[in-house]
Design a protein around this ligand. Structure first.
Ligand code: ATP
Ligand code: MG
Length: 583
């Protein structure tokens, strides 16, 4: 499907346009990889007009909220002749893992984003960050604090009360350097000392009250192993990462707004000291995605996985990108969604139906049509000989005849939907009931002559007679005027198959609203597994092939559970937005 020709304007695009018009970042140098000040000043001009970055912490799988950020950052780079970096913000050794790194790489690729050679890790800058911390000590901008965590908390003050200076704040440069080096040399245990920026304990913004910048953590890092026992704090590391990578526009979500003064304070100090090149990056905040009927907090997603409320991170009901992919959602659908919801600074909730509609729009354009009977009931055509067999033809896509037609076999015994027969028709019911005539879509016109029941009175088969001269597409077929048009598959040829009907994971718009446990809001009907009968060609579907099952919605051959010649299908979305209550 064509993407919107003109991207919707937003405040960040305006900033980038103005910066480019003013040549604000034109003097940057780039040696081909992130560097420190002197290196950056020496290289040739940076060929990238702007640089943005997506900086996930590898401590979980990416979710729908991340998609918004990814598409914004990569989209800006693409539209303005820049580069977007994929950077792992791996400064927190305890919670991070290579499994997450791999999953994040694959999800960003799946969204169609390309970082070229710009794949980086914050941990690659640990040496530089350490040097930068020493330089801050030298210039009197950082000190080692030895208060306990409780003392530090107590002395931090509150929103209305200023903080109190630490008794260690007046330590000399020599003493600070000595202690910091000994912290690095593993002389101290976790929590005994911490390096803090020396700013202002009376600052109205709490983030400027001497924020911590290095802490002792005797933990093995998934990339640097045991090289370090001190690790930089996120708020210290992040601005440095941006600056070393020549990031021009550091775009993050609104909760970081209060961190911006420290971001600026830090890189300006380091730039003044010659450690970072000018012009330095600037941070801009936008509102995060809040989406109804899901949770988008990593902590809650981890809980769903660990407590086995879902089958894993890639459960098709999970709001993760791996889950969406198995669900049959598409990268193009996410792009459409990102474009449609836009980027702003005001917090808002987006309804899940908006995302579903974007997926539906893309799938409607691209998914081939197939026939599936999800609740099979036998239909026997009494005037059709036992071993008669012929081919009918059905279009692969009604809007695109160039996609051709496929043969579908017809025979005496067919499967139809159970709901397409009523012994005693309700008012306005045009489908099968004794005496009524309908068309079998792409096939013949049939008249119902009765039904068989089991001992309990349940309908087990419907009987019809067909008009052999009524085959769709043949001369004279149009002379039959009928109201009902039913889909069917030949019983002898059908592919019996497991189909999973997925629905929303939560049954309320705002799971866990207030103090409520969000698990109580799980939708008990979020997955229904059924035994369906599919048209034979679906047996050859490859994992991730997507189809519209006529009348039923959009389905995908499951990426994980399909075997060659034996695909199983997941429902991505229904044909229309029919969400009113859990089904
Ligand atoms: P969570 O809030 O679930 O813990 P996170 O923000 O900690 O997620 P990170 O790996 O730090 O996850 O996020 C990487 C980037 O994705 C950050 O720049 C962050 O601002 C952005 N991001 C995270 N959640 C959302 C969201 N809901 N909408 C838009 N961007 C988001
Ligand atoms: Mg975060």
């Amino acid at each position: 499907m064509a993407e919107p020709e003109v991207k919707a304007a937003n405040f960040i695009r305006h900033i980038v346009e103005a910066d480019l018009a003013a040549d604000k970042y034109a003097s940057r140098r780039w040696s081909g990889q992130p560097g420190s000040g002197p290196q950056q000043l020496a290289g040739p001009p940076d060929p990238a007009k702007i640089r943005t970055r997506f900086p996930p912490e590898p401590n979980g799988y990416l979710h729908f909220g991340h998609a918004k950020s990814i598409l914004l950052n990569f989209g800006l780079a693409q539209d303005f002749g820049g580069n977007c970096h994929l950077r792992f913000d791996d400064t927190n050794p305890e919670r991070e893992d290579q499994e997450y790194v791999d999953a994040i790489i694959s999800a960003v690729k799946w969204l169609g984003c390309d970082w070229n050679e710009n794949l980086y890790h914050a941990s690659d800058y640990f040496d530089f960050m350490y040097e930068a911390a020493e330089s801050l000590i030298q210039s009197g901008n950082a000190y080692v604090d030895s208060q306990s965590a409780e003392e530090m908390r107590a002395n931090r003050g509150t929103l209305t009360e200023r903080g109190k200076n630490s008794p260690f704040r007046k330590r000399s440069v020599t003493e600070n350097l000595d202690l910091f080096r000994r912290m690095r040399a593993a002389e101290f245990s976790d929590g005994t000392h911490i390096l803090r920026a020396k700013i202002d304990m009376a600052a109205p913004n709490i983030n400027l009250r001497d924020p911590a910048i290095y802490r002792i953590r005797h933990a093995e890092h998934h990339r640097t192993g045991n090289k370090w026992c001190i690790y930089p704090m996120y708020t210290y590391a992040h601005p440095i990462e941006d600056a070393l990578e020549n990031i021009t526009h550091s775009i993050c979500t609104l909760e970081f707004e209060d961190q911006r003064p420290f971001y600026d304070w830090l890189i300006e100090r380091l730039a003044e000291g010659g450690l970072l090149a000018q012009p330095v990056p600037r941070q801009y905040e936008f509102s995060r995605l809040n989406l109804s009927y899901v949770v988008l907090s990593k902590r809650k997603l981890i809980q769903l996985v660990e407590e086995k409320h879902v089958t894993g991170w890639d459960d098709p009901r999970m709001p993760t990108l791996v889950g969406a992919r198995r669900r049959g959602f598409t990268a193009e659908g996410f792009r459409l969604f990102a474009e449609r919801i836009g980027v702003s600074k005001s917090d808002s909730w987006i309804d899940m139906s908006v995302l579903e509609e974007c997926m539906r729009e893309h799938l409607n354009e691209t998914a081939l049509r197939r026939i599936a009977v999800l609740d099979p009931l036998k239909l026997i055509i009494d005037n059709c000989p036992e071993n008669h067999e012929e081919l009918c033809e059905a279009p692969n896509h009604p809007q695109y005849p160039q996609l051709g037609k496929r043969p579908i076999p017809f025979s005496r015994e067919l499967w139809i939907e159970r709901e397409d027969f009523m012994e005693t028709p309700a008012k306005g019911y045009f489908r099968l009931f004794p005496g009524n005539t309908v068309r079998l879509r792409y096939g013949f016109v049939v008249t119902c002559i009765g039904a068989d029941k089991d001992a309990n009175g349940n309908i087990v088969a419907v009987h019809c007679e067909y008009m052999p001269d009524s085959k769709s597409g043949t001369p004279g077929a149009d002379t039959y005027k009928v109201k009902g048009n039913l889909h069917w598959v030949s019983a002898r040829h059908a592919y019996p198959c497991e189909v999973r009907l997925y629905d929303r994971l939560f049954s309320v718009a705002n799971p866990g609203a207030g103090e409520r446990d969000f698990l109580l809001d799980l939708n008990p009907d979020s997955m229904r597994v059924i035994a369906a009968q599919l048209e034979p060609s679906l047996k050859d579907a490859k994992p991730e092939d997507r189809f519209q099952f006529e009348r039923h919605g959009y389905f995908v051959a499951d990426l994980r559970d399909s075997a060659p010649g034996k695909p199983v299908f997941n429902r991505a979305v229904t044909m229309k937005d029919s969400w009113t209550k859990p089904r």
